[in-house]
Design a protein around this ligand. Structure first.
Ligand code: SAM
Length: 287
């Protein structure tokens, strides 16, 4: 059985240091400087493993992948946005455990190998060093190699949460700049529709944690779910659909379409992919 979920009572009490040790000081700190950070306090950016700061900005999670599964999106985005912290949120313990090990392995090899890392097949090393959960069989283990690209993986993390319950406990209002909902479970039966990740209630929470100008990405291979998602998003006053031609300039979009394990499975089976991306617009009350 799954462990009970742990969640902070408010975002300022969330301790990110285990997730992003390269960005948050954890050791040799006076007690007065220990987390949790008080509201409004700026987390300190720690020097990165190569001795250079990853970012001059205070560390703060800006991207969230809802139902991240095996984490293919985060692994693809990490080197593309090297100074952005991103978190994958997943309800299934086995998957979170797997992804945390995957990220740990990527970091370890990247740090140890430096520029030579590009030539290493991390996935086979990962397979050899960690036992993947049974259920990953056939999904991640499809003969592909996982190669490190120049950059680092200190900026991605996985955590276990039920996104339908605790999202505003983790993120401040307008904290996020990107939210991803990729190949969500379709929940075909009508009585299961309330379990869908996109709903009027959930859109209010996504709009709360996304800052105006931020983007919500959705993609699915299930036409019925795609229609459901666009119906709810089109009707929601704080989101507007981004036209396809604008999406061509967004470097995250190819990752959204191609980099997740579920997306790769759909491609192998020649399935369709329905992409719909929405911008969080300014709250009319603030204009
Ligand atoms: N996004 C990944 C991909 O494209 O490969 C995984 C897709 S998988 C079909 C959907 C994932 O959402 C599952 O791993 C499931 O456990 C997770 N999930 C479903 N409901 C959730 C919830 N309320 N909170 C967090 N994760 C959830």
């Amino acid at each position: 059985n799954d462990m009970p979920l742990e969640y902070p009572v408010r975002p300022s009490e969330q301790d990110w240091s285990d997730h992003f040790p390269a960005y948050f000081r954890t050791q040799q700190q006076p007690a007065s400087a220990a987390r949790p950070l008080s509201p409004g306090a700026e987390p300190q950016a720690k020097r990165g493993p190569a001795g250079s700061a990853h970012t001059a900005q205070p560390a703060r999670v800006e991207f969230a992948d809802i139902g991240c599964g095996y984490g293919g999106l985060l692994v693809a985005l990490a080197p593309l946005y090297p100074s952005t912290l991103m978190v994958g949120m997943e309800i299934r313990t086995k998957l979170v455990d797997y992804l945390q090990r995957r990220i740990h392995a990527l970091r370890t090899f990247q740090h140890a190998l430096g520029p030579a890392a590009e030539r290493v097949d991390v996935r086979s090393k990962l397979r050899a060093e960690f036992a993947a959960p049974d259920s990953t069989e056939g999904l991640h283990d499809n003969g592909e190699t996982e190669r490190l690209v120049p950059g680092h993986y200190d900026n991605i993390a996985a955590m276990r949460i039920n996104c339908q319950k605790y999202l505003p406990n983790f993120f401040e209002k307008a904290q996020l700049t990107k939210l991803f909902i990729l190949f969500a479970d379709p929940h075909f039966k009508r009585r299961k529709h309330k379990a869908r990740i996109v709903s009027a209630t959930m859109l209010a929470e996504y709009a709360y944690v996304l800052r105006p100008g931020g983007v919500l990405y959705t993609i699915t291979d299930v036409k019925d779910l795609a229609d459901w998602n666009t119906k709810h998003l089109d009707a929601f006053p704080l989101f507007e659909r981004i036209p396809d031609d604008e999406l061509e300039n967004d470097p995250a979009v190819p990752c959204v379409i191609n980099s997740t394990e579920e997306g790769k499975k759909v491609a192998r089976n020649n399935g369709s992919k329905y992409l719909a991306c929405y911008r969080r617009i300014e709250d009319p009350a603030n204009l």
